[in-house]
Structure formats: structure tokens, C-alpha cells
Design a binder for this molecule. Structure first.
Ligand code: DON
Length: 305
């Protein structure tokens, strides 16, 4: 497909989304995110051949939140290798992203690295043996290298806002520590985790940052081919929490969502796709972002199935 045809499709999706009646609801449990204007929508595609096509509010920075968990997982696997799987599983949870119930029955080993409990363990692994500042420098450095763009920063206000209200995450971290599955003090791990989640990117930057997961020649190569496959497998099965089955059914692509309203999806060998719309559905995934991904995947005949 020509660049002009792709651009026309993205523009048409933006027009349809902007006419939507239901925009979902912004996350309100992090006060700084509750202030984000609801009616925003953006989509961007970075094809394997190069370049990026974007439409809508694609240059508005937003809080990537849980989309950061994919970058953190890639780094933690680079540091710990398969040892990481002793601490965190690889199964969908079927529970909300911030649920605590399974931890008690499953001896403090979170189901997967994308639910909050699993992501806290992943960040703890990155933090091992060094200060939060250094761990965050590595995470931010990885994201910038993936996007090939140094103009990406952490929003400290968002991190502080979550820290003041993150009681569930504190509960998860202390619970993990009680099961001996947290090497560092909960305050240090969560300070790092909240800042990692508070990375801000535009939709265009996020699509570019996802290229390392596409697995095609000429794209930023930050992890091995075998690891690319496994990261994509986890995104497909766990990337949208208890909405992962529904997302696979409707969109058919590995993806990772965040409560800031971003979703990063991968078309293996073909493209990296990012959407942003801060209104969420009941699972905490972008409502219009999911609709847009569904429309684009169908139009482009993109699916892993
Ligand atoms: O830990 C939290 O609750 C947030 N920092 C991130 C959660 C999130 O993005 C879940 N995604 N849908």
C-alpha cells in the first residue's frame, strides 16, 4: 500500500472516531490523569519498510503507563534471562490489572509481567544492585533507542500523583515482599515503577518505539528474534489484562495497553501501530483505541491468525 493510501485510511479512522458518541472515561484513580481532556484521538503506523504515518492528535504527549511494561520486560529479560520466570508467570490472569487475589493462592508469584504485581517484580529485577535513578536511566534510554528519538521524558507530577494515591500498588508490593518475591524495599521499587509508568510519548513516537518488536530487517534491533516472538506471545495473551481474549478476538494482534489511553500493537514482520484516546473501557483499555485498532486491522487484513 502506498504511503498516501495508508494516510487516507488513518485520516478516515480519525474522522469516524471523532464522531463517536461514547468516548469512555479517563482513569480517575491517578488525579493527574483524571485532568486529561477526554476527547482526544490519535493513530500512527510505522511500517517495516520505514517512515511513519500519523493522524489526529498524534503529536500530543500522553502518559504511557502500562505500555511501559513491555519495555521493562525486555530489559529485565536482558538482565535476568529465563531466571525471571521463577519470579513471575506467563499465564493470563483473567483478573483486573491491579487485582491482588491470585497472589495469596499462588505463593506471591504473579500470573504474568503485565498485571501490576508482575510488573512490580519486573521493575524490582531491573533495580537489583543499583539506585532507582540508574534503573530509570536504563528504561528511558531503552525507550529512546527504540524510538530513535531523545525527546522523550518522564512526567514527575504524574509519578508523584500516583505515589500519593497508589495504595493498591503498595499493598501488592508489600504482599510480594512478604512472599520473598521483592529484592528491594517496596518504596524504592514503586518509586521506580511509578516513574517508569509516567514516561510521556506522542502516538507517533510510540509507533516508532514499537518497531523493535516487529522483527523485520532494518528496524532497531534491541532484543533477539526468539525474544521478539515471546514478547509478542505475552502481549497477545496478557497485554490487555482480562480484556485480552476479547482484544485477540476483535483485533487479532499482540498489543499492550495503558490507563493513559495508549495501545501499542504489533503486526509481526509488517508494522508497529499506536493509538491514543484517554477514555477507557471497563477493563482499563482505551475504548476508541480498541475500536480503531479493530477497524485498521480489518481494512489492512492484518492478523496473526
Ligand atoms: O500501576 C498502575 O495502576 C498504573 N501506573 C498503570 C496501570 C495501567 O496502565 C493499566 N492499564 N490499563
Amino acid at each position: 500500500m502506498s504511503a498516501a493510501d495508508l494516510q487516507a485510511r488513518l485520516d478516515a479512522i480519525v474522522d469516524r472516531m471523532r464522531a463517536a458518541e461514547d468516548w469512555g472515561a479517563v482513569a480517575d484513580y491517578i488525579p493527574e490523569l483524571a485532568r486529561v481532556p477526554l476527547r482526544q484521538f490519535a493513530i500512527a503506523v510505522a511500517p517495516a519498510e520505514g517512515g511513519v504515518a500519523a493522524a489526529g492528535d498524534a503529536d500530543v504527549p500522553f502518559s504511557i503507563q502500562s505500555v511501559s511494561k513491555i519495555f521493562a520486560l525486555a530489559i529485565a529479560l536482558g538482565r535476568a534471562g529465563d531466571q525471571l520466570w521463577n519470579r513471575v508467570g506467563r499465564e493470563p490472569s483473567g483478573s483486573a490489572f491491579n487485582s491482588i487475589v491470585q497472589l495469596e493462592h499462588e505463593q506471591g508469584r504473579p500470573r504474568n509481567p503485565f498485571i501490576n504485581a508482575g510488573a512490580i517484580v519486573t521493575t524490582d529485577e531491573i533495580l537489583k544492585g543499583r539506585a532507582p535513578r540508574d534503573a530509570l536511566a536504563e528504561i528511558l534510554g531503552f525507550v529512546r533507542a527504540a524510538a530513535e528519538d531523545d525527546d522523550i521524558y518522564i512526567n514527575d507530577r504524574v509519578a508523584q500523583s500516583e505515589n500519593h494515591h497508589g495504595h493498591r500498588n503498595y499493598a501488592l508490593a508489600h504482599f510480594l515482599r512478604a512472599f520473598d518475591n521483592l529484592a528491594n524495599a517496596p518504596e524504592l521499587v514503586l518509586g521506580t515503577y511509578f516513574h517508569q509508568c509516567a514516561i510521556e510519548m506522542t502516538t507517533r513516537q510510540l509507533a516508532l518505539a514499537g518497531r523493535f518488536l516487529v522483527g523485520a530487517p532494518g528496524l532497531p534491533r534491541l532484543v533477539s528474534t526468539a525474544r521478539i516472538r515471546r514478547l509478542n506471545a505475552l502481549m497477545l495473551t496478557c497485554g490487555q489484562y482480562d480484556g485480552s481474549g476479547e482484544f485477540a478476538f476483535r483485533v487479532g494482534l499482540p498489543a499492550k495497553s495503558g490507563v493513559g489511553g495508549g495501545i501499542l500493537a504489533i503486526v509481526p514482520g509488517r508494522a508497529s501501530v499506536a493509538v491514543f484516546s484517554p477514555g477507557l473501557d471497563g477493563y482499563g483499555n482505551s475504548l476508541l483505541g480498541t475500536v480503531a485498532m479493530e477497524q485498521l486491522a480489518r481494512q489492512m487484513d492484518w492478523s496473526v491468525f
